[in-house]
Ligand binder design. Structure first.
Ligand code: AMP
Length: 209
């Protein structure tokens, strides 16, 4: 059995055509179902629909063989037990630091609000800056406005959300997009079953590039 972990939410509808290109079609409409595990037209392939931040965990631990996950999540919770195979070019955006527009960069220890605590820790450590990380789960843009933090680390697409809240981007941390990942051990033991799926998705991406 091959288990593929999908990220629910906005990227799911863009993921399903890739699977279809690989000949994998879920047994029923995923978007309108309350189920979390779906059989497919392929007897030995099933899909599990997860919160994005949980996908790397299932793949790293081998509960899923393949996973579809944002690079932001992989940078935060990825690790040794998975390979990144393909850039699916879905949900492209940037991971950036941001601060109140026109604010003077503070020199001492700064407070940084983010849900990407590991990414933020590494970024500021690389810059040799001392930070106190404030973990938030959403609406990071509010933190500098209410003096909870000096800077935020967040996903930026058009930049409109920052602008609407009087913030501006400061440093670019990474270009983000959705990736296809594989459990390292499964990539060896199930190579013959996994490679046709990976190659068909790659061919579909090449054809639509
Ligand atoms: P924007 O105003 O276009 O810069 O969008 C930024 C807001 O939308 C942020 O609060 C992000 O959390 C969210 N966002 C935009 N693009 C993505 C993406 N590809 N993945 C996850 N969140 C995103």
């Amino acid at each position: 059995m091959i288990t593929i972990a999908l990220t629910k939410g906005r990227i799911l509808s863009e993921t399903l055509p890739l699977l279809e290109a690989a000949g994998i079609v879920p047994e029923c409409d995923i978007a309108s179902s309350r189920k979390l595990i779906f059989q497919t037209n392929q007897q030995d392939v099933r899909l599990v629909v997860l919160r994005g931040s949980d996908v790397p965990t299932y793949v790293k631990r081998g509960s899923a063989d393949l996973g579809i996950s944002g690079k932001d999540v992989l940078m935060e919770v990825g690790g040794d037990n998975l390979y990144e195979l393909l850039d699916l070019s879905i949900a492209k955006c940037r991971l950036m630091t941001a601060a109140i527009k026109g604010a003077k960069p503070s020199t001492g220890r700064i407070r940084v609000a983010t849900k990407f605590t590991e990414v933020a820790r590494r970024h500021y450590a690389d810059q040799g800056r001392q930070v106190e990380i404030v973990k938030l789960y959403g609406a990071m843009e509010v933190a500098p406005l209410l003096d909870l933090a000096d800077e935020i680390v967040d996903i930026v697409d058009t930049g409109n959300t920052l602008k609407a809240n009087g913030l501006e981007p400061v440093d670019m941390i990474a270009e983000i997009s959705t990736r296809l990942v594989v459990n390292k051990a499964a990539f060896k033991t199930k190579h013959a079953q996994l490679m046709p799926i990976v190659e068909r998705i790659e061919a579909y991406l090449d054809a639509s590039a």
